[in-house]
Design a binder for this molecule. Structure first.
Ligand code: AMP
Length: 521
């Protein structure tokens, strides 16, 4: 199918052609005609499928008619993170280059006056994270009752981050006479219930089964002893044709240790995690995008929204605690129809986590061996191996697929405590005190009563390791003082307590996108 057959206007088609797209992705093929018809859409699609253009392109055409009034945006796109919001804004710039549309981006990290100016001149499109948008609403700087199209993007992520009460409040401020486009990578019952409430007779569009991992990603999983993982990673990297890769760690401290180890072994690597300053993150990300850094060791802060079309590999140095995170992590590769590769290193005690992932994605991740290393099996719950373990060097007759361990190589310090198999998610979160990287919502100097004093109805998802409870208190106690110092404000306390703060932006930081500085038409 061609873009021309979707009903888009000539200027939009020109922008798409200029971008180099030759044919629509499946989600674009299915969603664009429905959006142009004015119908509500319930889209089940992950990032990486071309989902953004599936709503941005038709919105541009719909917005071509009419004009925005001051402080009354015509359309609203809600994103869970600053970085995703900024990415959508960039998409609007690219695809809307042949239109004169005003855009306002309301996210933390950018000054209120700049955002107020953008609202003042009238926004055809408002792209916002829920918290910052409500801050503007509370300041009286914005009226939402003229919004004709609402996009709720990454709804499952909103749920994970505890933003649903905010989203509900925002939807309550909109006119019911609107078109709603609701996208989620996964469609658990809680999300479906929300969709039922927000949408009116939607057309459902699914481009891959809920929570499935992309079929164009070659996956593999090696079970190796915990203290052999670094060596296993090096072997894997060397045995693969790695153009560029992200290596995900569950813990920030492991990111740092692994980075040092990779560098020591001559790899061109950089790190990305939540303790880095925003400028440092931006610089690393930019160097990675430019190909100056080949391997980016990252915590889950980079798991969502990082859009690097040509990333050849993702390595999971740890099995992620949440099965959904696995899908999001490996979704960094194999984007926009390209073939990607994802390899996971699991220790014998991580069998339960792997099982949960395989249940979610509905398939067994093929087991692989790393040449020259112990190939083992998962422990049964009684602590014994489920299958027969093998000694270093693998089975006789195994062909080495990577370099053998160098003689007398010093073993890197291994500081991880063994995890009991029960409740691995919560335990690990408490241990590492790394909830999702969070950025506080910068609040206006004058504001109304803190939002946490109002009732919150939202209940967290059961599988997510983020319930309130003693474990979180433990994590709170263990958090570095540097982090706690600035937490006196009750709202911040509450957000962190939930472990669901808005993630800090990756690669945006203090950078103000060009359109924010653009003068009104
Ligand atoms: P998204 O799922 O919106 O994050 O998009 C993932 C990537 O696919 C982005 O880098 C887009 O630029 C790219 N993309 C979107 N639509 C197309 C298309 N029709 N053909 C090729 N690449 C696309």
């Amino acid at each position: 199918m061609s873009f021309e057959s979707l009903g888009l206007s000539a200027p939009v088609l020109q922008a798409v052609a200029d971008k180099g797209y030759t044919e629509p992705t499946p989600i674009q093929e299915k969603a664009i005609p429905i959006v142009l018809m004015g119908r509500d859409v319930l889209g089940c699609a992950q990032t990486g499928t071309g989902k953004t253009a599936s709503f941005v392109l038709p919105m541009i055409d719909i917005l071509a008619e009419g004009r925005a009034k001051s402080r009354m945006p015509r359309t609203l796109i809600l994103e869970p993170t600053r970085e995703l919001a900024a990415q959508v804004a960039e998409n609007f710039e690219i695809y809307g280059k042949n239109h004169k549309l005003n855009m306002a981006l309301l996210i933390g990290g950018v000054s209120f006056p700049d955002q107020e100016r953008a609202l003042e001149r009238g926004a055809d499109v408002l792209i916002a994270t829920p918290g910052r948008l409500l801050d503007h609403v509370e300041r009286g700087g914005i009226l939402l009752n003229d919004v004709k199209i609402l996009v709720i993007d990454e709804a499952d992520r909103m749920l994970d981050m505890g933003f649903i009460p905010d989203v509900e409040r925002i939807v309550g401020l909109l006119s019911p006479m609107r078109q709603t486009l609701f996208f989620s990578a996964t469609m658990p019952p809680e999300i479906r219930r929300l969709a039922d409430r927000f949408l009116s007779n939607p057309k459902e569009v699914t481009v891959s089964p809920p929570a499935s991992a992309g079929t164009n990603i070659v996956q593999g999983l090696a079970i190796v002893p915990e203290d052999e993982k670094r060596e296993a990673l090096r072997g894997l990297i060397k045995s693969q044709d790695v153009k560029n890769a992200i290596v995900f760690c569950n813990r920030k401290r492991d990111v740092v240790t692994l980075l040092g180890s990779l560098k020591k072994h001559g790899f061109n690597a950089g790190a990305l995690h939540g303790d880095m300053s925003q400028p440092a993150r931006m610089e690393t990300l930019e160097r990675f995008k430019q190909g100056e850094i080949q391997i980016l060791v990252a915590s889950d802060v980079a798991a969502r929204g990082l859009d690097i079309v040509d990333m050849s590999h993702v390595f999971n140095f740890d099995v992620p605690f949440s099965p959904e995170d696995y899908v999001h992590r490996i979704g960094r590769t194999g984007r926009a129809g390209k073939t990607g590769h994802s390899f996971t290193l699991a220790s014998p005690s991580e069998g339960d986590l792997v099982q949960a992932i395989e249940k979610l994605i509905g398939t067994t991740i093929p087991r692989i061996e790393v040449a020259g290393l112990v190939t083992t099996d998962f422990e049964a719950s009684d602590g014994r191996r489920r299958g027969r373990g093998r000694g270093r060097g693998g089975r006789s007759g195994d062909k080495p697929r990577g370099p053998r361990r160098e003689a007398k190589e010093p073993r890197e310090h291994h500081e991880r405590k063994p995890r009991p198999p029960a409740e691995p998610h919560a335990e690990a979160r408490a241990e590492l005190h790394e909830p999702r990287e969070h950025a506080s919502r910068e609040r206006a100097p004058r504001e109304q009563a803190p939002r946490e004093q109002r009732p919150r109805e939202h209940k967290p998802r059961e599988h997510a390791p983020r319930e309130h409870g003693p474990r979180e208190h433990r994590a709170e106690q263990h958090r570095p003082q540097r982090e706690r110092k600035s937490d006196h404000r009750p709202e911040r306390r509450e957000r962190r307590h939930e472990g669901r703060d808005e993630p800090a932006p990756v690669g945006l930081g203090d950078h103000v996108p060009a359109f924010l500085a653009r003068s009104s038409r």
